[in-house]
Unconditional design. Structure first.
Ligand SMILES: Cc1cc2nc3c(=O)[nH]c(=O)nc-3n(C[C@H](O)[C@H](O)[C@H](O)COP(=O)(O)OP(=O)(O)OC[C@H]3O[C@@H](n4cnc5c(N)ncnc54)[C@H](O)[C@@H]3O)c2cc1C
Length: 398
């Protein structure tokens, strides 16, 4: 461990490493951190074109939960929550984890059916989750409008006690600190421009700062992961869609849980300060631009004021957007590629913040041991060619 008191410092890259990680987001940093901590592999560079945490890692709405839809992936989210719980102490950075529970609302029978189906899965897997009537929901959140006045009245929902929120910037700072103090090079302002391959094995990367040799390269570039794969001649089944979020002015705290409506498709939570960090669906167009739009603000305001009419008039303080890497089944791609030494952890869409420590731990295990950990076996890219998808979302939306 370095004696430097700084949390981290950016550094110019060396000419070769044991492992090069493309992307200084939570997935790239978590993998580097666990390679060093669990496996003693420290000769690692994290190459980040912009700055640490520039991507989705510090642009998300900070919600975590375990009760995802696909049973194959639920243990990974469970492991992530277990890891998050220890990280403030382990890295001596308060990540402001608040296990306040997550409430989701149903506004039609299809949504109720889907919640019931998922609830049975959770029961079998030992995941805490309760189905609730509108009256029970009202007891938990007295300001919720459960009357028949909204366009889509609330007809039920669930409460998932293990869910909650974690401050995204603090999570980024914590992993950057963990990496730096294990001797990992955090190289900001270094863009990867090419992947070099010889005899179907990766040999290094071309960057804006020259060639860097490495027998192992991890693509952890989030919304840009398809462009990185393309540099290696691989077509990823990933599209990049923008997603927007906003924060309101603070009001006296009244919402103690994270909350989502599956039909208005809005989600978020009230922070300890009293502001609401809220988001909605991805925009349906592919782009690499960062833009906020009027339709987003108006959709989101509509959804939240349908649930809480007295929020009408609340001012928006700030809004932002990020890029989401979406796969056809909305589950991620983790593991090896057809090129020896070229690994991938991407395609996280809506869900990559909460999962990041577990992804890092499993990818580190895979890279170090050269054996795919059980936890991520179902998530390899080959599933798209073998026809065994891991469906994470229900279509049409419910
Ligand atoms: C508005 C919004 C709300 C969200 N809400 C949630 C939520 O509540 N819960 C949840 O679990 N998830 C949420 N997500 C998703 C989550 O943020 C992402 O899945 C996650 O942050 C992805 O992390 P990452 O480390 O894979 O990628 P990123 O954090 O995007 O990191 C990738 C990095 O790669 C870098 N890069 C790109 N190209 C190159 C290159 N050529 N060379 C070098 N570096 C490069 C980028 O600059 C970037 O910093 C949300 C996303 C958005 C946009």
């Amino acid at each position: 461990m370095t004696k430097d008191k700084a949390w981290w410092r950016s550094k110019a890259p060396e000419r070769s490493y044991d492992v090069v990680i493309i992307g200084g987001g939570l997935h790239g940093m978590a993998c580097a951190y666990y390679l060093a901590k669990d496996h003693g592999i420290k000769n690692i560079a994290i190459l980040e074109r912009e700055r640490i945490g520039f991507g989705g890692s510090s642009r998300n709405t900070e919600v975590y939960r375990i009760n995802q839809r696909a049973p194959e992936i639920i243990p990974l989210y469970q492991q992530a929550v277990d890891l998050w719980k220890g990280l403030s102490a382990e890295l001596d950075v308060n990540i402001m984890m608040w296990q306040k529970g997550l409430i989701a609302l149903a506004h039609n029978n299809m949504s109720i059916d889907s919640m019931r189906m998922r609830h049975e899965t959770f029961k079998l897997m030992g995941i805490e989750n309760e189905l609730l009537t509108p009256e029970e929901l009202k007891k938990m959140v007295p300001r919720l409008d459960i009357s028949d006045t909204p366009d889509l009245p609330i007809i039920g929902g669930y409460y998932h006690p293990p869910g909650g929120s974690i401050r995204h910037d603090a999570a980024v700072w914590a992993f950057a600190k963990g990496c730096y103090h294990h001797g990992i090079d955090l190289c900001e302002g270094v863009g990867v421009t090419g992947i070099r391959i010889k005899n179907n094995s990766v040999t290094g990367v071309d960057t804006t700062k020259g060639f860097i040799a490495s027998p192992v390269v991890l693509n952890a570039a989030g919304g840009w992961s398809a462009t990185i794969a393309h540099m290696a001649g691989l077509d990823l089944p990933v599209v990049t869609l923008p997603m927007q979020a906003m924060v309101t002015e603070p009001v006296a705290p009244f919402l103690d849980q994270a909350l989502a409506s599956e039909t208005y498709f809005c989600f978020g939570n009230q922070t300890i300060k009293g502001d609401f960090v809220i988001g909605t669906h991805m925009d349906p167009w592919q782009t690499y631009k960062f833009e906020n739009t009027y339709h987003f603000a108006s959709d989101l305001a509509y959804g939240w004021t349908q649930l809480f009419p007295d929020l009408a008039g609340l001012r928006v303080m700030r809004s932002w957007n990020g890029l989401c890497d979406m796969t056809p089944d909305s589950s991620p791609i983790m593991g090896k590629t057809s090129i020896e030494g070229f690994f991938i952890d991407a395609g996280w869409g809506y869900f990559g913040f909460k999962s990041s420590p577990a992804c890092g731990k499993n990818m580190a295990g895979y890279i170090a041991e050269q054996q795919c950990p059980e936890m991520i076996k179902a998530l390899g890219i080959e599933r798209f060619y073998e026809g065994r998808l891991v469906p994470e979302t229900t279509y049409p939306r419910n």
